[in-house]
Design a protein. Structure first.
Length: 225
C-alpha cells in the first residue's frame, strides 16, 4: 500500500519559498517588459510602414505558433552561436518577454482599435498632439477594455515559468526537481508544488478582481443596470 509522508519537505520550506519568489519575479518582469514590447509592436502593426507591419506580424506569428520550450532552447543554446552567452535566468527572462510580448501584441492592438474614433477627434479638437491623445485618451481606455485579457495572460505566463526548469533557471519547478532528486519523495514534492501554484493563481485572480472593481468602477456600474 502506497503511503505519503510530507514531513521530510518541511526542511526544504525555505528552498520552496525561494522558488516561489523567483517564479513571481520572472512573471512580473516578463509581464512588465512584455507589455512594453506589446504596446510598441501594436503601434508599429497599425502604422503606415509596411516593413514595420510585416516585421511585427512575422514576430507574432512565429512566437504564437511554436512551442515555448523550443523558444527557450533557441534563446539559451542558440544565441551563444552568435557570441551572446546568457545565464539560465537571463535566457529565461528574455524568452518570457518575447513570448508575452507576442501574445499581448494582438490583445493591445484589439484594445486600441476598440476606442471610438469620436474620442480621438475630440482630443484633436482640444489641440492635443498625437502622443498626448494616445497616452492620455487611447491607452487608458484600451487598458480598461483589455484588462481581463491581460490578467489572464499574466496567470498563463506565470504558470508557463515551470518550463524554465528545462534550462535550470531558478524557479519553483526547478527547485522541486532538485528536492525530489534528494529525498525521492516525488509525489509529495509535486503535490505541494501544485498547491503552491494553485494558491498563487487563486490569490492573483482575487487581487485582479479587486483592482478591477476599484480602478474601473464604471464597468461594474453598467453591469448592475
Amino acid at each position: 500500500m502506497t503511503s505519503f509522508y510530507f514531513g521530510d519537505l518541511w526542511s526544504y520550506r525555505e528552498q520552496l519559498m525561494w522558488g516561489l519568489i523567483q517564479t513571481l519575479w520572472f512573471s512580473a518582469v516578463a509581464m512588465i517588459l512584455g507589455l512594453c514590447v506589446a504596446v510598441l509592436c501594436a503601434i508599429l502593426r497599425m502604422s503606415r510602414f509596411r516593413i514595420a507591419q510585416t516585421g511585427v506580424m512575422v514576430y507574432v506569428e512565429i512566437i504564437r505558433n511554436t512551442p515555448f520550450l523550443v523558444q527557450i532552447f533557441l534563446v539559451y543554446f542558440g544565441l551563444p552561436a552568435i557570441g551572446l552567452r546568457l545565464t539560465p535566468n537571463e535566457a529565461a527572462v528574455l524568452a518570457l518577454v518575447l513570448n508575452v510580448g507576442a501574445y499581448s501584441t494582438e490583445i493591445v492592438r484589439a484594445g486600441i482599435e476598440s476606442i471610438h474614433k469620436g474620442l480621438i477627434e475630440a482630443g484633436r479638437t482640444l489641440g492635443l498632439s498625437r502622443m498626448h491623445i494616445f497616452f492620455l485618451i487611447v491607452l487608458p481606455l484600451a487598458i480598461q477594455n483589455i484588462y481581463p485579457a491581460l490578467t489572464s495572460q499574466f496567470i498563463l505566463s506565470m504558470l508557463s515559468t515551470s518550463v524554465l526548469s528545462a534550462i535550470s533557471a531558478e524557479e519553483l519547478t526547478s527547485i522541486a526537481n532538485d528536492i525530489q532528486s534528494r529525498n525521492f519523495r516525488t509525489t509529495e514534492v509535486y503535490l505541494v508544488v501544485i498547491m503552491l501554484y494553485y494558491g498563487i493563481t487563486l490569490a492573483f485572480t482575487l487581487v485582479f478582481m479587486s483592482v478591477s472593481r476599484i480602478a474601473f468602477p464604471n464597468r461594474y456600474a453598467s453591469r448592475g443596470r
